[in-house]
Design a protein around this ligand. Sequence first.
Ligand code: LMR
Length: 327
Amino acid sequence: MRFIKTVAMVAGLAMASALAHAEPVTIKFSHVVAENTPKGQMALKFKELAEQRLPGKVVVEVFPNSQLFGDNKVLEAMLLGDVQIAAPSLSKFNKYTKQLQVFDLPFLFKDMEAVERFQQGPAGQELLNSMTGKGLLGLGYLHNGLKQLSATRELRSPKDADGLKFRIQSSDVLAAQFEALGAIPLKKPFSEVFLLLQTKAIDGQENTWSNIYSKKFFEVQEHITASNHGLIDYLVVTSNEFWSGLPDDMRTELDGAMKEAIAHGNKIAEEKAVNDRKRIADSGRSTILDLSDAERAQWVEAMKPVWDKFAGEIGQDLIDAAVASNN
Ligand code: LMR
């Protein structure tokens, strides 16, 4: 008995001393966009706050521009423990859950306020846990904004997209959306888009004003249609194993820092949706087409049949909850 007590005491002392001299926890945060974007700024804010609040205990290393991993590899890397935080677009979780596909349904949200209501409501909050069975945990949502269509030719009506090749993110809903237009969707990593557009290997793409501006897509796409037909937002994600292995007080601090960083990123997203559009317009490199209500209705009519195709996988309840957030 005495022996066991002694062993326990020694082990306890060893652990206390290890913690006292513990190396800081290194958090690698990998993402694919530029630093002057909502996600780029959110990641830097998280680093600042986390290191300020947990001095000597945490080091956050941020890797922008797909420097460490592209979005197609980052989740595998996370499950292997090679990266601790990422914020892929909601369109890039197909392999892990079908439910997040709800965010890809075209013309689902009327504006970003509706998106926010859905994400913060019960259905959106439940989705943060939709991949825990696969080892991934959502820490929160971050906005980028509504998507616009760009191409080498003017896209005024859906038939203008017929036969064109569009780069898409790795989402089956987005593939179906372009197929509904008679276009050819190609799933390609974000890091390749500029070159594919520049070399005319593809004709068009869909993205937010912030991504079109910061990655210079507007310099190689003459036409942008302000379609607001879909969403690029992010799920800030970590692995269950990493997150649950943190000491409680550290996890609480990091969670608070992340919430503040997300709020900071969301403010930037709002600003960029307006100002990056303006910067593109001012550049004179692309023309921006605003659709009339009648023209927009044609795009809705062409794309919306996609909803029925995916309602089974996504769940009609979830789609209904998202639709209800428009009111
Ligand atoms: C894309 O691949 O177009 C976007 O998801 C990139 C991003 O992270 O905003």
